[in-house]
Design a protein around this ligand. Structure first.
Ligand code: ZN
Length: 302
C-alpha cells in the first residue's frame, strides 16, 4: 500500500482499468479470499481477472461486490480519477467541474460523489478531546436578520466543536446538523462529537447551561459577540464559505453529507496526499449504496 500520491504518480500507477482492479484485488483479497456468501476460503478463477469463484457454493464474486464501487455505471478508471480529483484539491470540487474533467455527465458525477461522501462519514468513536470549544450556527438561503434569535424557519442549525491545542492552534473539528434548538437534541450531538473527558467551553445559551447537569465539564462563558471564541468563529466562517463556494445550491437533505466531507478533509489537512488511499480503503469496506436510494433523496445538487 503506498503512503501518498501526487498527480504524476497517480497517472502512472492508474493508467488502465486493469491497474485499478488490481489495486482493489490487493485490498480485498491480498490476505486471501473469503466467499461473501458462505465464508469459504478455497476459490478458483472467476469469469474475468477481477472475479473469484467459490469452490463450495460456486458464487462468482467480483472484487467490487459488497463495496461502494458495486454497480457503478462508468469504467473503474474514471471512478478512480474522480476520487483522486476530489481528494487532491484542497477544497474539493463541484460535480459540474468534476464531470467535465473526467468526461461524465454532471448527474453521474453527483451520484458518484455521494458515494464518496458516504465513505467520508464522521466516525463516532473518534471524538474531540482535550480543550474543546463548541457553538452552533445557522445556515440559510434567506439570511433575514429580522427573524432574529435562533429561529429555524428557512434555516438550518449546525453544531461545531473545535479542539483548541495548548499552543492555541486548532486540532480536529466535528460538526452535526441540529434538528432543533432544544437541550436534549443539542446534548445528544454534544455527546456524539466530544469525548466525555474533554473540557468543554460554550457560550451562555440557556441550552448549554441546562446541559451542565448531565455534562458537568462544560464551562459556559460570555461570548461577547464571538471575542471569546475567535478560532471557533473563524472555522464557522470557513465552512460557510466552502459550502457556498463549492456547492452553491446545497439542500437540507444532503447537509449531513457536506458536513462529513468538510470534517473529513479538514481533519486530514496536514496529510492530504494520504486521503486518496484512505478513501479507497474505506470504499472497499462499506456496504454498497445503490443509486436508486441516493437518487430518491432529492433533486441533484452541485
Ligand atoms: Zn461460497
Amino acid at each position: 500500500m503506498f503512503k501518498g500520491i501526487n498527480a504524476i504518480e497517480f497517472n502512472k500507477r492508474f493508467s488502465s482499468n486493469e491497474a485499478c482492479y488490481q489495486y482493489l484485488i490487493e485490498i480485498k483479497w491480498g490476505k486471501g479470499f473469503m466467499c461473501s456468501r458462505c465464508g469459504c476460503s478455497p476459490s478458483y478463477k472467476g469469469k474475468t481477472y477481477y472475479y473469484r469463484r467459490c469452490v463450495q457454493c460456486h458464487y462468482n464474486e467480483s472484487v467490487t461486490s459488497n463495496t461502494i464501487f458495486h454497480g457503478i455505471k462508468m469504467p473503474i478508471l474514471k471512478a478512480f480519477h474522480m476520487v483522486f480529483r476530489l481528494t487532491a484539491k484542497k477544497k474539493g470540487m463541484s460535480t459540474m467541474e468534476l464531470g467535465s474533467e473526467v468526461g461524465v455527465q454532471q448527474k453521474t458525477a453527483w451520484l458518484f460523489k455521494r458515494k464518496v461522501q458516504v465513505a467520508m462519514k464522521q466516525d463516532h468513536t473518534d471524538k474531540l478531546k482535550g480543550n474543546v470549544d463548541v457553538d452552533e450556527t445557522l445556515m440559510g438561503h434567506h439570511t433575514d436578520r429580522k427573524t432574529g434569535g435562533r429561529s429555524l424557519e428557512k434555516r438550518e442549525a449546525i453544531m461545531l466543536g473545535v479542539e483548541i491545542l495548548t499552543d492555541g492552534r486548532t486540532g480536529n473539528i466535528r460538526m452535526e446538523h441540529l434538528e432543533k434548538f432544544e437541550e436534549l437534541t443539542m446534548r445528544f450531538s454534544m455527546r456524539n462529537m466530544v469525548n466525555s473527558s474533554a473540557s468543554i467551553r460554550t457560550d451562555n445559551y440557556v441550552c448549554y447551561r441546562k446541559m451542565k447537569e448531565a455534562i458537568p465539564n462544560i464551562e459556559t462563558i460570555e461570548s461577547k459577540n464571538g471575542v471569546g471564541f475567535e478560532e471557533l468563529h473563524r472555522q464557522i466562517m470557513q465552512f460557510k464559505n466552502w459550502l457556498v463556494g463549492i456547492h452553491h445550491r446545497w439542500s437540507k437533505t444532503h447537509l449531513f453529507a457536506y458536513l462529513d466531507e468538510y470534517v473529513f478533509r479538514f481533519n486530514r489537512r496536514n496529510n492530504r496526499n494520504l486521503i486518496f488511499g484512505q478513501l479507497i480503503n474505506r470504499m472497499m469496506i462499506q456496504i454498497p449504496h445503490p443509486y436508486p436510494i441516493l437518487k430518491g433523496l432529492c433533486a441533484y445538487s452541485t
